[in-house]
Design a protein around this ligand. Structure first.
Ligand code: NCD
Length: 324
């Protein structure tokens, strides 16, 4: 059997499991497509019938508000049918039953599976076991990968900063447990961000050897100094095996993004956060809601990115001539 690939035989995207290995051009093309789905300020969201007749199955077994509703709206705004399921895939991955679940949904003509799962490997496993015409999109895999989040983060930076090469970007907080940080690292490295920094307390730094192109800082003041982009991360208490961080108040005191600390970044720096935010833990409310915050624009951009990905994988399937 050939090793798993998220591309089809012609090299076009079929599944989206990871941004690892994606080229700058591939990413820029996806961002360009996403921009088509951004309505001008104040206008109604863009709608098409491009995915009429297509069925999308959202399978989420970790909590999600943003990503799930974003994928759902993306599908609906393209005219697809969307099915939301809360079923546990991960506990079954070693048995046969995950295959049964997939086959059941395939029999109901699901064309695209969107999967969020806490167990590494589940998304790829499903991708390896679906019909040729079916695509699988990751909506967040364990602590490893969250590719549509990486793309929406890149789109947001492109929108506000116009490019990547001259930027200093800091990813701050619980990097160790964050799939958002890993996908951000992959997309920013591929896009050639000028200087990429990971800024975290020692207990929340990824292992040595991970994210080799990023400079590491163990002080938030040094880490965000002169940055163009400050990307904050949620403290991921649910992924911590031992209490590796102090309590919330102490974390805020040492690591929270406050207005004073933000003053160390460039005057036109933008502040990002994937949500959900822990107010007054990793970020002060006045910063999250302040003039430099683009957190709400990230959410808007998420729908556009997911529309672009859905349109891309279905478009590529049409080019291959794969039908159910
Ligand atoms: C993130 C996630 O679930 O990975 N949220 C999101 O998708 N917007 C980040 C997080 O939970 O911290």
């Amino acid at each position: 059997m050939l090793p798993f690939s998220q591309y089809d035989a012609a090299g076009r995207l079929r599944h989206l499991i990871t941004l690892d290995g994606m080229s700058r051009d591939q990413i820029l093309e996806l961002l360009e497509r996403s921009r088509h789905y951004l309505a001008p300020n104040g206008a109604m969201p863009i709608r098409t019938r491009a995915l009429e007749g297509i069925t999308i199955g959202n399978i989420f077994n970790e909590p999600s508000t943003r990503t799930r509703s974003s994928f759902e709206l993306a599908g609906r705004r393209l005219g697809a049918d969307v099915l939301n399921l809360e079923i546990q895939l991960s506990s079954r991955v070693k048995g046969e039953t995950v295959i049964d679940t997939i086959q059941t949904l395939e029999s109901m003509a699901v064309d695209v599976f969107v999967i969020r799962d806490a167990e590494p490997g589940v998304t790829q496993f499903v991708a390896e076991n679906v019909y040729d015409h079916v695509s699988v999109l990751s909506a967040g895999e364990a602590h490893l990968s969250h590719p549509t989040q990486g793309l929406l983060d890149a789109l947001t930076i492109l929108q506000y900063k116009g490019g990547f090469r001259d930027l200093v970007v800091a990813v701050v907080g619980d990097v160790k447990h964050s799939r958002v940080a890993r996908s951000a690292y992959q997309v920013f490295s591929a896009l050639g961000v000028g200087e990429l920094r990971i800024v975290a307390p020692d207990a929340l730094m990824p292992n040595a050897g991970e994210m080799p192109q990023a400079a590491r800082f163990s002080s938030i003041e040094e880490g965000i100094a002169h940055c163009d982009v400050v990307m904050m991360l949620r403290v991921q208490k649910e992924r911590m095996t031992q209490a590796s961080i102090p309590d919330s108040a102490e974390y805020h005191a040492r690591w929270g993004l406050t207005k004073i600390r933000l003053g160390l970044a460039r005057p036109d720096a933008i502040v990002m956060h994937p949500g959900p935010i822990n107010r007054e833990v990793e970020i002060a409310s006045e910063v999250a809601d302040g003039p430099r915050s683009v957190i709400r624009e990230q959410v808007t951009n998420g729908v556009a990115v997911r529309m672009a990905i859905l349109e891309t994988v279905i478009g590529n399937r049409r080019l291959r001539g794969d039908h159910r």
